[in-house]
Write a protein that binds this ligand. Structure first.
Ligand SMILES: Cc1cc2nc3c(=O)[nH]c(=O)nc-3n(C[C@H](O)[C@H](O)[C@H](O)COP(=O)(O)OP(=O)(O)OC[C@H]3O[C@@H](n4cnc5c(N)ncnc54)[C@H](O)[C@@H]3O)c2cc1C
Length: 611
């Protein structure tokens, strides 16, 4: 192609960026929409090197289900990426003594969680899934998008790509910006939002390194026979401290590669004190000496510093058929690994909008509007989960209560909602949005303030152990099932009884809150009308969900948990036991005669051996 001759190609979808969001979105579209024509553009070559290492190496239930179940990559993940046994949290007993793991209080994951999750080597994942996309028919352009021309409505959009040998124009109705923090569409449409005043006070940065060949026994010997039935090392380990937390994520089981980084709040730790490798190492040496020793046991690969971590978008799925996903859409802090969860919800919504649009379905614009609102709401909640972190991260007691509560919402509402595909159900989403804003958000704002109050009073209200039972009445524990959705594979849309979960979780959160009030504020806390208002709100939401549960049960009466199992049961009706075997010995005799005669021609000794 000559420099002056700009060629033009037309696709159904052009995806800018072949990072994890880009390659995953492409695969999801290819799997769900037969014959869809997709182009992916990325300046990085297909083969990725150590220069391409990225953060975002820890997945949780929803993102793992997306990669395994929705993208069909279970085997690939097992063969290529480390396993993960939950999230562990550690707080130093004394800030000045952090040399050994016993210098910390721990909240260890105690067993394999019911839904497994994985850690991942990002460069490997992106390279491999890009190849799979190409095999499935996607086109890959190894170039840089230099401009987008976004047309209004259903007119074709244009993506201008600079290749080594010239320029290329890609045209498509649908353009997905998955180019991470380059904000290609974000800048073009003034869609991106920064600044702590717009982000629930969040002002954070992050430094990280990759090392290999570490001696993992420095972190933990692996011997803890009474502590649990899973690995402590293969997990996301969080070393918590004042105004920061440090992650330890193994990204390879063979080369002993580790990702170690800190997310820090500028209010407590300014950027200038962490923005070089030397400062980061010195910070760890002084504040998490154990992690420092672990780092020093290996060989360095890279160092990065990101002074401004958080941002969000105003629109995610535009009526002009452009979409932002992954880091291009929003990211706040790696705590709880929600980056790829937000991404999962976004990508499934995008696929459904594009599918409905290509099929000319009448409700497509309604879907776009509601999915856009739901995804913005989910982003907002993920942002809100970091509120007041600067003050609370280092307080082991308060933070353990906070982690427990936030996990109640996760396992009791978000995970079943996702598995049941309720995040794509318009009617459900409208109601869910209202309840989240009216009940959950209000409670959380109030509780975070109460946490601050207790921190100011130097309170110790005990350690809540998120992975254990026995802390709330009625035998409740975080991963308790209130519907047999996992046991009975209720994986088709809207089969999982999410309302049973919501009924229970609102109720148990009310119990959590009462216990918290009692421990933190005594009888006056329990009797304060301001607090009782939230208890009442929770119980009311629980009651409403109980009604929804009844309606759901009535509507789905006679509907099987899984149509695959229903079909199997049906087909099995004609099963008849047939005690017979198909003949095989004759074939073998024939074959061995043939091979014997071949061998005889080549080498007589071998034949003798064979016999
Ligand atoms: C410190 C940190 C830790 C994190 N940890 C986690 C975690 O543990 N778990 C989690 O779920 N999330 C985590 N996240 C969030 C994580 O960043 C995202 O989940 C994920 O990396 C987003 O991937 P992406 O594909 O959107 O962006 P990227 O991985 O940045 O990919 C963008 C792609 O676009 C390409 N590109 C750039 N410019 C152009 C252009 N002009 N034209 C074409 N292509 C272009 C790039 O080459 C790149 O390949 C973390 C984030 C940070 C900052």
């Amino acid at each position: 192609m000559s420099m002056n001759n700009t060629q033009s190609q037309v696709y159904d979808v052009v995806i800018i960026g072949a990072g994890i969001a880009g390659v995953s979105q492409a695969r999801h579209l290819l799997l769900n929409i037969p014959n869809i024509k997709i182009a992916l553009v990325d300046p990085r070559p297909e083969e990725r090197t150590e220069k391409d290492l990225k953060v975002g190496e820890s997945t949780v239930e929803i993102s793992t289900l997306f990669f395994g179940k929705e993208l069909g990559l279970y085997e690939y993940m097992v063969e290529n990426h480390p396993p993960k046994f939950g999230l562990n949290y550690h707080w130093a007993k004394e800030p000045e003594k952090t040399e050994a793991i016993d210098d910390y209080y721990h909240v260890w994951s105690i067993k394999q969680p019911p839904l497994a999750s994985t850690l991942m080597n990002r460069a490997k994942f992106e390279r491999d899934v890009l190849k799979m996309n190409k095999q499935m028919g996607a086109s890959f352009y190894n170039g840089r998008v230099v401009d987008v021309d976004l047309a209004s409505g259903d007119a074709l959009n244009t993506v201008k790509v600079k290749l080594d040998e010239g320029y290329l124009e890609l045209k498509a109705k649908h353009v997905v910006d998955a180019a991470g923090r380059k904000f290609i569409i974000g800048h073009k449409t003034d869609n991106i939002v920064f600044g702590s005043e717009n982000l629930h006070g969040l002002s954070n940065g992050s430094a990280w390194v990759r090392v290999k060949s570490v001696d993992r026994t420095i972190f933990h010997s692996g011997y803890d026979p009474l502590g649990g039935t899973c690995s402590h090392y293969y997990a996301t380990n969080h070393m918590m401290g004042h105004g920061h937390w440090v992650w330890i994520i193994p990204t390879d089981t063979q080369t002993m590669e580790l990702s170690i980084g800190v997310a820090h709040h500028h209010q407590v730790i300014p950027a200038q004190s962490l923005n070089t490798k030397e400062k980061f190492y010195a910070f760890l040496e002084a504040n998490h000496n154990l992690v420092y020793q672990l780092l020093k046991s290996g060989e360095d690969i890279d160092f990065h510093y990101l002074p401004r971590l958080a941002h969000k978008s105003k629109t995610l799925f535009s009526q002009d058929n452009w979409y932002v996903v992954g880091d291009a859409a929003a990211i706040f802090d790696p705590f709880y690994s929600l980056g790829m969860v937000m991404m999962t919800f976004q990508m499934e919504s995008v696929t459904e909008i594009i599918r409905a649009k290509l099929a000319d379905e009448p409700d497509v614009e309604k879907k776009r509007t509601v999915y856009n609102a739901f995804n913005l709401g989910y982003i907002e909640s993920s942002n809100h989960l970091l509120r007041e972190h600067d003050k609370q991260l280092g307080h082991a007691s308060i933070m353990s209560w906070r982690i427990y509560l936030e996990n109640m919402w996760w396992f009791g509402m978000i995970v079943p909602m996702y598995v049941g595909k309720w995040h794509l159900d318009l009617k459900f989403l409208r109601k869910f949005g209202k309840q989240s804003r009216g009940v959950v958000r209000k409670l959380m704002v109030h509780v975070y303030e109460q946490f601050n109050e207790l921190i100011e009073k130097d309170a110790n209200i005990g350690l809540m152990y998120v992975h254990r039972g026995g802390q709330l009445p009625f035998g409740y524990y975080i991963t308790q099932e209130f519907d047999s959705y996992l046991q009975n594979t209720k994986y088709e849309p809207q089969r999982c009884n999410v309302f049973a979960y919501m009924k229970n979780i609102y109720f148990f959160v009310a119990l959590w809150y009462l216990k918290f009030l009692w421990k933190g504020f005594g009888i006056s806390g329990l009797l304060s009308p301001k607090n009782l208002y939230h208890v009442f709100n929770l119980l009311k939401a629980s009651g409403e969900s109980a009604l929804d549960e009844l309606i759901f049960k009535f509507k789905t009466k006679g509907v099987p948990a899984s149509s695959i199992i229903a079909d199997l049961t049906e087909e099995f009706k004609s099963y008849q036991y047939q005690p017979e075997l198909q003949p095989w010995t004759e074939k073998v005799t024939e074959q061995s005669l043939q091979s014997n005669s071949k061998n005889a021609a080549k080498s007589p000794e071998l034949v003798t051996l064979d016999v």
